[in-house]
Ligand binder design. Sequence first.
Ligand code: XMP
Length: 508
Amino acid sequence: MDNIVIIDCGSQFTQLIARRVREMKIHSAVLPWDISTGQVRESAPSGIIISGGPDSVNDEGAITVEREIFGLGVPVLGVCYGMQLMAKFLGGQVVSGKGHEYGVTPIKREGESRLFRDVPESFEVLMSHGDRVEQVPPDFYAIAGTKHGVIAGMESRDGCFFGLQFHPEVRHTQHGSLILRHFLFGICGCKSDWDLGNWIDRSVREIREQVGAERVVCGLSGGVDSSVAAVLVHKAVGRQLECIYVDHGLMRLNESRQVLDSYEGLGLSLRPVDASEMFLRGLSGVTDPEAKRKVIGELFIRVFEEEAAKIGSAEWLLQGTIYPDVIESGGKKGSAVIKSHHNVGALPERMKLKLLEPLRDLFKDEVREIGRLLDIPGAIVGRHPFPGPGLAVRCLGEISKERLDTLRAADAIFTEELTRSGLYGDIWQSFCALLPVRTVGVMGDGRTYSEVIALRAVNSSDAMTAEWTRLPAELLDLVAKRICNEVRGINRVVLDITSKPPATIEWE
Ligand code: XMP
Protein backbone atom coordinates (compact mmCIF):
# COMPACT_ATOMS: atom_id res chain seq x y z
CA MET A 1 0.00 0.00 0.00
CA ASP A 2 1.29 3.45 -0.88
CA ASN A 3 1.99 5.76 2.04
CA ILE A 4 2.47 9.51 1.98
CA VAL A 5 4.33 10.87 4.99
CA ILE A 6 3.31 14.37 6.02
CA ILE A 7 5.79 16.05 8.30
CA ASP A 8 4.01 18.48 10.59
CA CYS A 9 5.82 21.75 11.16
CA GLY A 10 2.89 23.22 13.10
CA SER A 11 0.53 24.52 10.43
CA GLN A 12 -3.17 24.64 11.20
CA PHE A 13 -3.67 22.97 7.79
CA THR A 14 -1.54 19.84 8.33
CA GLN A 15 -4.51 17.59 9.01
CA LEU A 16 -6.22 18.98 5.97
CA ILE A 17 -3.31 17.81 3.80
CA ALA A 18 -3.74 14.33 5.28
CA ARG A 19 -7.48 14.48 4.50
CA ARG A 20 -6.88 15.52 0.91
CA VAL A 21 -4.46 12.65 0.38
CA ARG A 22 -6.91 10.14 1.86
CA GLU A 23 -9.74 11.55 -0.23
CA MET A 24 -7.71 10.33 -3.20
CA LYS A 25 -7.69 6.92 -1.51
CA ILE A 26 -4.01 7.03 -0.66
CA HIS A 27 -2.88 6.32 2.89
CA SER A 28 -1.28 9.28 4.67
CA ALA A 29 0.46 9.53 8.02
CA VAL A 30 1.21 12.77 9.86
CA LEU A 31 4.54 12.61 11.69
CA PRO A 32 6.00 15.29 13.99
CA TRP A 33 8.73 17.60 12.67
CA ASP A 34 11.41 16.04 14.90
CA ILE A 35 10.86 12.54 13.53
CA SER A 36 14.14 10.79 12.66
CA THR A 37 15.01 10.01 9.07
CA GLY A 38 15.23 6.34 10.06
CA GLN A 39 11.62 6.31 11.23
CA VAL A 40 10.47 8.02 8.04
CA ARG A 41 12.39 5.42 6.02
CA GLU A 42 10.76 2.61 8.02
CA SER A 43 7.30 3.84 7.05
CA ALA A 44 8.31 3.25 3.40
CA PRO A 45 6.90 6.49 1.99
CA SER A 46 6.08 6.86 -1.67
CA GLY A 47 6.38 10.60 -1.14
CA ILE A 48 6.88 13.18 1.60
CA ILE A 49 5.02 16.43 2.16
CA ILE A 50 6.50 18.97 4.57
CA SER A 51 3.75 21.18 5.94
CA GLY A 52 3.56 24.86 6.64
CA GLY A 53 4.34 26.27 10.04
CA PRO A 54 4.36 29.47 12.06
CA ASP A 55 8.13 29.81 12.55
CA SER A 56 10.76 31.66 10.54
CA VAL A 57 13.41 29.29 9.14
CA ASN A 58 16.19 31.75 9.85
CA ASP A 59 15.35 32.13 13.55
CA GLU A 60 17.35 30.30 16.16
CA GLY A 61 15.40 27.38 17.62
CA ALA A 62 12.92 27.36 14.73
CA ILE A 63 11.17 24.09 13.90
CA THR A 64 13.22 22.11 11.44
CA VAL A 65 13.43 18.64 9.92
CA GLU A 66 16.46 16.40 9.55
CA ARG A 67 18.49 17.31 6.48
CA GLU A 68 18.73 13.61 5.57
CA ILE A 69 14.97 13.60 4.88
CA PHE A 70 15.92 15.16 1.53
CA GLY A 71 18.26 12.26 0.79
CA LEU A 72 15.76 9.40 0.96
CA GLY A 73 15.33 9.24 -2.79
CA VAL A 74 11.57 9.84 -2.67
CA PRO A 75 9.83 12.94 -4.02
CA VAL A 76 9.38 15.74 -1.50
CA LEU A 77 6.80 18.53 -1.66
CA GLY A 78 7.37 21.48 0.67
CA VAL A 79 4.31 23.61 1.38
CA CYS A 80 4.89 27.18 2.57
CA TYR A 81 7.30 26.76 5.53
CA GLY A 82 8.12 23.36 4.05
CA MET A 83 9.24 25.05 0.83
CA GLN A 84 11.39 27.47 2.81
CA LEU A 85 13.04 24.62 4.73
CA MET A 86 13.71 22.88 1.43
CA ALA A 87 15.23 26.03 -0.04
CA LYS A 88 17.41 26.56 3.03
CA PHE A 89 18.68 22.97 3.18
CA LEU A 90 19.35 22.62 -0.54
CA GLY A 91 21.31 25.86 -1.00
CA GLY A 92 18.71 28.53 -1.73
CA GLN A 93 18.08 31.73 0.17
CA VAL A 94 15.14 32.63 2.39
CA VAL A 95 14.49 36.17 3.56
CA SER A 96 11.94 37.70 5.86
CA GLY A 97 9.26 39.22 3.64
CA LYS A 98 9.05 42.99 3.47
CA GLY A 99 5.30 42.75 3.67
CA HIS A 100 3.49 39.70 4.94
CA GLU A 101 1.16 38.16 2.40
CA TYR A 102 -2.01 36.65 3.79
CA GLY A 103 -5.12 35.77 1.89
CA VAL A 104 -6.12 34.91 -1.64
CA THR A 105 -3.59 36.16 -4.18
CA PRO A 106 -3.36 35.69 -7.96
CA ILE A 107 -0.20 33.97 -9.19
CA LYS A 108 1.22 33.39 -12.64
CA ARG A 109 2.93 30.26 -13.89
CA GLU A 110 6.45 30.40 -15.29
CA GLY A 111 7.86 27.80 -17.64
CA GLU A 112 6.90 24.15 -17.54
CA SER A 113 6.01 22.25 -14.40
CA ARG A 114 4.78 18.73 -13.81
CA LEU A 115 2.85 19.98 -10.79
CA PHE A 116 0.91 22.49 -12.86
CA ARG A 117 -0.06 20.34 -15.85
CA ASP A 118 -3.52 21.46 -17.12
CA VAL A 119 -3.55 24.37 -14.64
CA PRO A 120 -4.25 27.79 -16.25
CA GLU A 121 -1.51 30.42 -16.68
CA SER A 122 -2.97 32.52 -13.85
CA PHE A 123 -4.95 31.33 -10.88
CA GLU A 124 -5.74 32.30 -7.30
CA VAL A 125 -4.13 30.71 -4.28
CA LEU A 126 -4.20 31.08 -0.50
CA MET A 127 -0.95 32.53 0.72
CA SER A 128 -0.04 32.99 4.34
CA HIS A 129 3.61 33.73 4.84
CA GLY A 130 5.97 36.20 6.36
CA ASP A 131 9.19 34.84 4.83
CA ARG A 132 9.84 34.01 1.22
CA VAL A 133 12.34 32.21 -0.96
CA GLU A 134 14.53 34.93 -2.48
CA GLN A 135 16.71 32.57 -4.47
CA VAL A 136 15.92 29.00 -5.42
CA PRO A 137 18.59 26.35 -4.74
CA PRO A 138 21.03 25.40 -7.52
CA ASP A 139 19.41 23.10 -10.07
CA PHE A 140 15.97 24.42 -9.16
CA TYR A 141 13.82 26.82 -11.15
CA ALA A 142 10.82 28.94 -10.21
CA ILE A 143 7.50 27.69 -11.55
CA ALA A 144 5.20 30.53 -10.46
CA GLY A 145 5.30 34.02 -8.98
CA THR A 146 3.09 36.78 -7.59
CA LYS A 147 2.84 40.27 -9.05
CA HIS A 148 5.07 41.47 -6.21
CA GLY A 149 7.82 39.18 -7.46
CA VAL A 150 7.47 36.56 -4.72
CA ILE A 151 8.44 33.07 -5.90
CA ALA A 152 5.19 31.09 -5.50
CA GLY A 153 6.56 27.69 -6.52
CA MET A 154 9.80 25.91 -7.40
CA GLU A 155 10.89 22.58 -8.78
CA SER A 156 14.22 20.76 -9.04
CA ARG A 157 15.57 19.78 -12.44
CA ASP A 158 15.86 16.14 -11.38
CA GLY A 159 12.09 16.12 -10.73
CA CYS A 160 12.48 15.08 -7.09
CA PHE A 161 11.80 18.27 -5.12
CA PHE A 162 8.86 20.64 -5.30
CA GLY A 163 7.97 23.72 -3.28
CA LEU A 164 4.77 25.72 -3.10
CA GLN A 165 4.59 29.02 -1.26
CA PHE A 166 0.79 28.65 -1.07
CA HIS A 167 -1.58 26.06 0.38
CA PRO A 168 -2.87 23.61 -2.27
CA GLU A 169 -4.88 21.77 0.42
CA VAL A 170 -7.39 24.56 1.12
CA ARG A 171 -10.50 25.12 -0.97
CA HIS A 172 -9.62 28.80 -1.53
CA THR A 173 -6.72 27.72 -3.74
CA GLN A 174 -7.94 27.17 -7.27
CA HIS A 175 -6.83 23.84 -8.78
CA GLY A 176 -5.29 22.83 -5.44
CA SER A 177 -6.61 19.25 -5.71
CA LEU A 178 -5.28 18.91 -9.25
CA ILE A 179 -1.83 20.08 -8.13
CA LEU A 180 -1.82 17.58 -5.25
CA ARG A 181 -3.09 14.90 -7.61
CA HIS A 182 -0.13 15.52 -9.96
CA PHE A 183 2.27 15.20 -7.03
CA LEU A 184 0.70 12.02 -5.67
CA PHE A 185 -0.07 10.11 -8.85
CA GLY A 186 2.19 11.64 -11.51
CA ILE A 187 5.30 12.27 -9.45
CA CYS A 188 5.15 9.79 -6.53
CA GLY A 189 3.48 7.12 -8.67
CA CYS A 190 0.85 6.30 -6.03
CA LYS A 191 -2.14 4.07 -6.67
CA SER A 192 -5.53 4.55 -5.03
CA ASP A 193 -5.31 1.55 -2.73
CA TRP A 194 -6.55 2.98 0.60
CA ASP A 195 -10.03 1.59 0.98
CA LEU A 196 -12.05 1.24 4.17
CA GLY A 197 -13.49 -2.18 3.23
CA ASN A 198 -9.96 -3.54 2.73
CA TRP A 199 -8.97 -1.70 5.88
CA ILE A 200 -11.41 -3.81 7.95
CA ASP A 201 -10.06 -7.10 6.55
CA ARG A 202 -6.47 -6.05 7.05
CA SER A 203 -7.13 -4.71 10.52
CA VAL A 204 -8.94 -7.90 11.61
CA ARG A 205 -5.94 -9.97 10.45
CA GLU A 206 -3.51 -7.70 12.30
CA ILE A 207 -5.56 -7.77 15.52
CA ARG A 208 -5.66 -11.59 15.41
CA GLU A 209 -1.91 -11.75 14.96
CA GLN A 210 -1.26 -9.19 17.69
CA VAL A 211 -3.63 -10.60 20.30
CA GLY A 212 -3.22 -14.31 19.62
CA ALA A 213 -5.03 -16.29 22.31
CA GLU A 214 -4.80 -13.49 24.91
CA ARG A 215 -7.74 -11.63 26.44
CA VAL A 216 -8.81 -8.04 25.86
CA VAL A 217 -10.84 -5.70 28.10
CA CYS A 218 -12.54 -2.58 26.85
CA GLY A 219 -14.34 0.32 28.50
CA LEU A 220 -17.37 0.97 26.31
CA SER A 221 -18.78 4.48 26.59
CA GLY A 222 -21.62 4.31 24.11
CA GLY A 223 -19.72 6.71 21.86
CA VAL A 224 -18.79 6.10 18.25
CA ASP A 225 -15.09 5.43 18.74
CA SER A 226 -15.15 2.85 21.53
CA SER A 227 -18.16 1.11 19.96
CA VAL A 228 -16.52 0.76 16.55
CA ALA A 229 -13.26 -0.38 18.15
CA ALA A 230 -15.11 -3.02 20.20
CA VAL A 231 -17.13 -4.40 17.28
CA LEU A 232 -14.00 -4.57 15.13
CA VAL A 233 -12.01 -6.41 17.79
CA HIS A 234 -14.97 -8.68 18.48
CA LYS A 235 -14.98 -9.56 14.79
CA ALA A 236 -11.30 -10.45 15.12
CA VAL A 237 -11.15 -12.33 18.42
CA GLY A 238 -14.79 -12.93 19.44
CA ARG A 239 -15.32 -13.87 23.10
CA GLN A 240 -11.70 -13.07 23.99
CA LEU A 241 -13.03 -9.49 24.25
CA GLU A 242 -14.88 -8.44 27.43
CA CYS A 243 -16.51 -5.00 27.53
CA ILE A 244 -17.32 -2.95 30.61
CA TYR A 245 -19.85 -0.12 30.55
CA VAL A 246 -19.43 2.18 33.53
CA ASP A 247 -22.56 4.27 34.08
CA HIS A 248 -21.20 7.30 35.92
CA GLY A 249 -24.64 8.91 36.17
CA LEU A 250 -23.45 11.77 33.98
CA MET A 251 -25.14 10.58 30.82
CA ARG A 252 -27.98 12.35 29.05
CA LEU A 253 -31.68 11.52 29.50
CA ASN A 254 -32.32 7.75 29.15
CA GLU A 255 -28.96 7.46 27.42
CA SER A 256 -27.57 4.52 29.37
CA ARG A 257 -30.67 2.45 28.61
CA GLN A 258 -30.49 3.37 24.91
CA VAL A 259 -26.79 2.59 24.73
CA LEU A 260 -27.23 -0.82 26.34
CA ASP A 261 -30.19 -1.58 24.06
CA SER A 262 -28.13 -0.63 21.02
CA TYR A 263 -25.33 -2.96 22.06
CA GLU A 264 -27.75 -5.85 22.29
CA GLY A 265 -27.60 -7.70 19.04
CA LEU A 266 -23.98 -6.81 18.37
CA GLY A 267 -22.91 -9.99 20.12
CA LEU A 268 -20.49 -8.30 22.51
CA SER A 269 -19.88 -9.69 25.97
CA LEU A 270 -20.85 -6.67 28.05
CA ARG A 271 -20.88 -5.91 31.79
CA PRO A 272 -22.86 -2.82 32.75
CA VAL A 273 -21.98 -1.28 36.12
CA ASP A 274 -24.15 1.37 37.75
CA ALA A 275 -21.68 3.53 39.66
CA SER A 276 -23.72 6.73 39.56
CA GLU A 277 -24.06 7.10 43.34
CA MET A 278 -20.33 6.80 43.82
CA PHE A 279 -19.60 9.45 41.16
CA LEU A 280 -22.19 11.85 42.60
CA ARG A 281 -20.67 11.50 46.07
CA GLY A 282 -17.16 11.99 44.68
CA LEU A 283 -18.18 15.13 42.78
CA SER A 284 -20.07 16.72 45.63
CA GLY A 285 -18.65 20.18 46.33
CA VAL A 286 -16.21 20.04 43.39
CA THR A 287 -16.57 23.03 41.06
CA ASP A 288 -13.21 23.40 39.32
CA PRO A 289 -13.29 21.88 35.79
CA GLU A 290 -9.94 20.13 36.04
CA ALA A 291 -10.73 18.87 39.56
CA LYS A 292 -13.98 17.37 38.20
CA ARG A 293 -12.06 15.56 35.48
CA LYS A 294 -9.57 14.28 38.05
CA VAL A 295 -12.29 12.89 40.34
CA ILE A 296 -14.07 11.25 37.43
CA GLY A 297 -10.84 9.82 36.00
CA GLU A 298 -9.83 8.31 39.35
CA LEU A 299 -13.26 6.86 40.10
CA PHE A 300 -13.52 5.46 36.59
CA ILE A 301 -10.20 3.69 37.02
CA ARG A 302 -11.27 2.26 40.39
CA VAL A 303 -14.60 0.93 39.09
CA PHE A 304 -13.04 -0.38 35.91
CA GLU A 305 -10.28 -2.19 37.80
CA GLU A 306 -12.78 -3.82 40.15
CA GLU A 307 -14.92 -5.05 37.28
CA ALA A 308 -11.95 -6.18 35.22
CA ALA A 309 -10.73 -8.20 38.22
CA LYS A 310 -14.07 -10.06 38.25
CA ILE A 311 -13.57 -11.04 34.62
CA GLY A 312 -10.17 -12.51 35.36
CA SER A 313 -6.79 -11.75 33.90
CA ALA A 314 -6.51 -9.92 30.60
CA GLU A 315 -3.42 -8.83 28.75
CA TRP A 316 -4.82 -6.08 26.54
CA LEU A 317 -6.76 -2.86 27.03
CA LEU A 318 -8.72 -1.80 23.96
CA GLN A 319 -9.11 1.95 23.44
CA GLY A 320 -10.98 3.87 20.78
CA THR A 321 -8.17 6.38 20.23
CA ILE A 322 -8.55 8.03 16.83
CA TYR A 323 -6.15 9.98 14.66
CA PRO A 324 -6.88 13.53 15.86
CA ASP A 325 -6.30 12.30 19.46
CA VAL A 326 -2.91 10.97 18.38
CA ILE A 327 -1.94 14.12 16.53
CA GLU A 328 -3.26 16.44 19.24
CA SER A 329 -1.22 14.74 21.93
CA GLY A 330 1.76 14.21 19.62
CA GLY A 331 4.71 16.35 20.63
CA LYS A 332 3.76 19.71 19.17
CA LYS A 333 6.35 22.24 20.14
CA GLY A 334 5.08 24.55 22.83
CA SER A 335 1.57 23.11 22.84
CA ALA A 336 -0.36 23.75 26.02
CA VAL A 337 -2.63 21.34 27.84
CA ILE A 338 -6.00 23.03 27.35
CA LYS A 339 -8.01 20.23 28.96
CA SER A 340 -6.93 16.86 30.24
CA HIS A 341 -9.06 14.78 27.87
CA HIS A 342 -7.83 11.31 28.47
CA ASN A 343 -9.08 10.51 31.91
CA VAL A 344 -8.05 6.86 31.73
CA GLY A 345 -4.50 7.56 30.60
CA ALA A 346 -3.02 5.91 33.68
CA LEU A 347 -4.91 2.63 33.27
CA PRO A 348 -2.57 0.57 31.06
CA GLU A 349 0.44 1.08 33.36
CA ARG A 350 -1.46 0.47 36.57
CA MET A 351 -3.11 -2.66 35.30
CA LYS A 352 -0.01 -3.77 33.40
CA LEU A 353 -1.99 -4.01 30.19
CA LYS A 354 -0.80 -3.71 26.62
CA LEU A 355 -2.68 -1.07 24.60
CA LEU A 356 -4.72 -2.05 21.58
CA GLU A 357 -5.73 0.98 19.50
CA PRO A 358 -6.94 -0.24 16.11
CA LEU A 359 -8.49 3.12 15.08
CA ARG A 360 -5.49 5.31 15.75
CA ASP A 361 -5.00 5.85 12.02
CA LEU A 362 -8.52 7.02 11.24
CA PHE A 363 -10.38 10.30 11.18
CA LYS A 364 -13.82 10.56 12.77
CA ASP A 365 -15.80 10.28 9.55
CA GLU A 366 -13.70 7.26 8.55
CA VAL A 367 -14.52 5.68 11.92
CA ARG A 368 -18.21 6.32 11.25
CA GLU A 369 -17.89 4.75 7.80
CA ILE A 370 -16.18 1.68 9.30
CA GLY A 371 -19.03 1.52 11.85
CA ARG A 372 -21.60 1.50 9.07
CA LEU A 373 -19.66 -1.19 7.18
CA LEU A 374 -19.67 -3.24 10.41
CA ASP A 375 -23.50 -2.85 10.65
CA ILE A 376 -23.40 -0.88 13.89
CA PRO A 377 -26.80 0.81 14.41
CA GLY A 378 -27.13 4.38 13.14
CA ALA A 379 -28.09 5.50 16.66
CA ILE A 380 -24.50 4.81 17.76
CA VAL A 381 -22.60 5.66 14.58
CA GLY A 382 -24.42 8.96 14.04
CA ARG A 383 -24.22 10.19 17.63
CA HIS A 384 -22.60 13.49 18.33
CA PRO A 385 -19.30 13.18 20.22
CA PHE A 386 -19.81 13.17 23.99
CA PRO A 387 -17.00 13.91 26.44
CA GLY A 388 -15.77 11.19 28.78
CA PRO A 389 -16.68 13.20 31.92
CA GLY A 390 -20.17 13.58 30.46
CA LEU A 391 -22.54 16.20 31.83
CA ALA A 392 -20.11 17.04 34.64
CA VAL A 393 -18.35 19.48 32.29
CA ARG A 394 -21.66 20.93 31.10
CA CYS A 395 -23.12 21.41 34.57
CA LEU A 396 -21.05 24.42 35.57
CA GLY A 397 -20.47 24.93 39.26
CA GLU A 398 -21.82 22.44 41.82
CA ILE A 399 -22.95 19.06 40.60
CA SER A 400 -26.06 17.61 42.20
CA LYS A 401 -28.64 15.08 41.08
CA GLU A 402 -31.18 17.91 40.87
CA ARG A 403 -29.03 20.15 38.66
CA LEU A 404 -28.08 17.22 36.46
CA ASP A 405 -31.77 16.38 35.99
CA THR A 406 -32.49 20.01 35.03
CA LEU A 407 -29.69 19.91 32.48
CA ARG A 408 -30.85 16.53 31.15
CA ALA A 409 -34.40 17.79 30.65
CA ALA A 410 -33.25 20.89 28.75
CA ASP A 411 -30.74 18.93 26.68
CA ALA A 412 -33.41 16.39 25.69
CA ILE A 413 -35.64 19.19 24.36
CA PHE A 414 -32.80 20.71 22.33
CA THR A 415 -31.85 17.33 20.85
CA GLU A 416 -35.49 16.44 20.15
CA GLU A 417 -36.12 19.67 18.26
CA LEU A 418 -32.87 19.44 16.31
CA THR A 419 -33.75 15.89 15.30
CA ARG A 420 -37.32 16.87 14.38
CA SER A 421 -36.01 19.71 12.19
CA GLY A 422 -33.68 17.30 10.39
CA LEU A 423 -30.60 19.30 11.41
CA TYR A 424 -29.12 16.94 14.03
CA GLY A 425 -27.11 14.92 11.50
CA ASP A 426 -25.61 18.05 9.89
CA ILE A 427 -24.17 19.32 13.16
CA TRP A 428 -20.88 18.13 14.65
CA GLN A 429 -21.98 18.57 18.24
CA SER A 430 -24.85 20.21 20.07
CA PHE A 431 -25.78 20.37 23.73
CA CYS A 432 -27.00 22.49 26.62
CA ALA A 433 -24.87 23.82 29.44
CA LEU A 434 -26.35 24.75 32.81
CA LEU A 435 -24.88 27.97 34.14
CA PRO A 436 -24.54 28.64 37.87
CA VAL A 437 -26.01 32.11 37.45
CA ARG A 438 -29.43 33.20 38.65
CA THR A 439 -31.35 35.86 36.78
CA VAL A 440 -34.69 37.51 37.41
CA GLY A 441 -37.68 36.57 35.29
CA VAL A 442 -41.43 36.78 35.32
CA MET A 443 -43.76 33.85 34.90
CA GLY A 444 -47.49 34.20 35.20
CA ASP A 445 -47.80 37.00 37.71
CA GLY A 446 -44.82 35.99 39.74
CA ARG A 447 -41.17 36.89 39.88
CA THR A 448 -38.67 34.09 39.29
CA TYR A 449 -35.02 33.93 40.16
CA SER A 450 -33.59 30.91 38.36
CA GLU A 451 -30.62 29.51 36.51
CA VAL A 452 -29.69 29.89 32.83
CA ILE A 453 -29.34 27.33 30.04
CA ALA A 454 -26.85 28.01 27.24
CA LEU A 455 -27.37 26.34 23.87
CA ARG A 456 -24.26 25.23 22.00
CA ALA A 457 -24.11 23.88 18.45
CA VAL A 458 -20.94 23.73 16.38
CA ASN A 459 -19.71 22.46 13.05
CA SER A 460 -16.28 20.99 12.79
CA SER A 461 -14.33 18.30 11.01
CA ASP A 462 -12.09 17.12 13.82
CA ALA A 463 -12.99 19.20 16.91
CA MET A 464 -9.65 20.99 16.83
CA THR A 465 -11.35 24.03 15.39
CA ALA A 466 -15.09 24.62 15.26
CA GLU A 467 -17.53 27.18 13.92
CA TRP A 468 -20.76 27.98 15.77
CA THR A 469 -23.77 26.74 13.83
CA ARG A 470 -26.24 29.31 12.52
CA LEU A 471 -29.47 27.62 13.59
CA PRO A 472 -32.78 28.99 12.27
CA ALA A 473 -34.28 31.66 14.52
CA GLU A 474 -37.66 29.85 14.59
CA LEU A 475 -36.01 26.69 15.88
CA LEU A 476 -34.11 28.61 18.57
CA ASP A 477 -37.30 30.37 19.57
CA LEU A 478 -39.16 27.07 19.90
CA VAL A 479 -36.35 25.47 21.94
CA ALA A 480 -36.10 28.47 24.29
CA LYS A 481 -39.86 28.58 24.85
CA ARG A 482 -40.07 24.85 25.51
CA ILE A 483 -37.14 24.87 27.93
CA CYS A 484 -38.56 27.79 29.96
CA ASN A 485 -42.05 26.26 30.00
CA GLU A 486 -41.15 22.64 30.61
CA VAL A 487 -37.96 22.64 32.68
CA ARG A 488 -38.35 23.66 36.29
CA GLY A 489 -35.62 25.94 37.55
CA ILE A 490 -34.86 27.63 34.22
CA ASN A 491 -36.17 31.05 33.25
CA ARG A 492 -33.64 32.13 30.62
CA VAL A 493 -31.99 30.57 27.57
CA VAL A 494 -28.95 32.03 25.82
CA LEU A 495 -27.07 31.04 22.65
CA ASP A 496 -23.31 30.57 22.53
CA ILE A 497 -22.00 32.26 19.37
CA THR A 498 -18.28 31.71 19.85
CA SER A 499 -16.18 29.53 17.61
CA LYS A 500 -13.09 27.52 18.56
CA PRO A 501 -10.69 29.22 18.91
CA PRO A 502 -11.05 31.42 20.93
CA ALA A 503 -13.54 29.31 22.92
CA THR A 504 -13.47 25.53 23.23
CA ILE A 505 -16.47 23.42 22.25
CA GLU A 506 -17.34 22.39 25.81
CA TRP A 507 -17.82 25.07 28.43
CA GLU A 508 -15.40 23.49 30.91
P1 XMP B 1 -13.09 21.07 23.47
O1 XMP B 1 -14.08 21.45 24.51
O2 XMP B 1 -11.71 20.85 24.01
O3 XMP B 1 -13.58 19.66 22.94
O4 XMP B 1 -13.10 22.00 22.30
C1 XMP B 1 -13.12 19.03 21.78
C2 XMP B 1 -13.84 17.70 21.68
O5 XMP B 1 -13.44 16.86 22.75
C3 XMP B 1 -14.54 16.56 23.60
N1 XMP B 1 -14.06 16.64 24.99
C4 XMP B 1 -13.69 15.60 25.74
N2 XMP B 1 -13.67 14.28 25.47
N3 XMP B 1 -12.87 13.83 27.66
C5 XMP B 1 -13.28 13.40 26.44
O6 XMP B 1 -13.29 12.18 26.22
C6 XMP B 1 -12.85 15.14 28.00
O7 XMP B 1 -12.48 15.51 29.10
C7 XMP B 1 -13.29 16.07 26.99
N4 XMP B 1 -13.39 17.42 26.95
C8 XMP B 1 -13.87 17.75 25.71
C9 XMP B 1 -15.60 17.56 23.28
O8 XMP B 1 -16.90 17.07 23.56
C10 XMP B 1 -15.36 17.84 21.82
O9 XMP B 1 -15.95 16.85 21.01
